[in-house]
Ligand binder design. Structure first.
Ligand code: SF4
Length: 287
């Protein structure tokens, strides 16, 4: 059986950079304190914990300790508060940092900020802290409500609207809300900044292209990871013969009959560690 793995499979550069940063820190200290899980992958989190790299409760962490800020970033207020107590090792992805800067600039220019994304997502919590007034729109329903009531939602002193996206959110939805807002709100300028991470989009494009040549596609990711579920949804929509698995044991339970299968595409999400992918690829090659 032939196995194809896209070049873009696995950790994105932001996660890879954070992992390298954490392992470098580990060489200097027996314990590494994380502000939250480095990625949404339970198997990987357990592996890090076994090495002394773990999420800590900042309330009980002694003053002066080093604390790692993960790729999603944190809010401006929280960063200031934590910096008074701890030594911060900021591993926020540079792409997310750039979006924070765009919002900060927009706030100085008296722009009302609209974010296409998920309210409460760690990255979005950080982003909104850089805005003065803002709204986060995730669904069609939320968009409709905003468009009906925008005169009451946007304070009168704002002279401009600034629309951007959570880095990993849907491009289709972002373009849709940009069009809808531009067509409805015409009394003040609407500025659009495309802040969607190209790494994620390229992985989706590359996987969709390769998928056309295979019998089955296997997406590897944690069931609680939104980027993993999004990748699976896109590939499943393009081909029914698409499976989602968190590891080899899970895959063996989902499917053990590979008769008449000549070619399989294996793709890991941006938050899937390489060792899980390698185990699955080795297993499939032996069939
Ligand atoms: S998905 Fe993109 S924005 Fe998010 S951490 Fe990875 S490289 Fe950075």
């Amino acid at each position: 059986m032939e196995i194809i793995v896209p070049k873009s499979s696995g950790f994105c550069p932001g996660v890879k950079r954070a992992e390298d940063g954490v392992f470098q820190l580990k060489e200097k200290t027996p314990k590494v304190n994380l502000h939250g899980p480095l990625i949404h992958n339970q198997i990987y989190t357990s592996m890090l914990e076994s090495k002394g790299i773990e999420t800590v409760d900042t309330e009980s962490l002694p003053e002066g300790e080093t604390l790692v800020i993960r790729t999603h970033g944190i809010s401006m207020q929280e960063e200031k508060k934590l910096a008074q107590k701890f030594v911060l090792k900021d591993l926020t992805c540079p792409i997310v940092k750039r979006v924070q800067k765009h919002i900060e600039k927009a706030a100085h220019e008296e722009s009302f900020v609209i974010i296409s994304g998920k309210e409460g997502h760690a990255e979005v919590q950080g982003l909104v802290s850089y805005a003065k007034d803002h709204i986060v729109i995730e669904t069609e329903n939320e968009l409709e409500k905003f468009l009906k009531d925008y005169k009451n939602i946007i304070p009168e002193n704002y002279k401009q609207i600034f629309i951007l996206s959570q880095t990993t959110h849907s491009r289709i939805f972002f373009e849709h809300i940009c069009d809808a807002i531009k067509n409805t709100i015409t009394h003040i300028p609407v500025v659009i900044k495309d802040t969607i991470c190209a790494v994620t989009e390229n992985k989706e494009k590359e996987s969709l292209e390769l998928q056309k040549t295979v019998d089955w596609t296997i997406v590897i990711g944690d069931p609680h990871s939104s980027n993993s579920k999004k990748l699976y949804t896109i590939l499943k929509k393009a081909s029914e013969n698409t499976l989602f698995t968190k590891n080899l044991v899970d895959l063996q339970e989902i499917k053990d009959d590979w008769v008449n299968t000549n070619k399989v595409l294996v793709v890991s999400s941006a938050s899937t560690p390489l060792f899980i992918e390698q185990e699955i690829v080795a297993y499939l090659k032996n069939i």
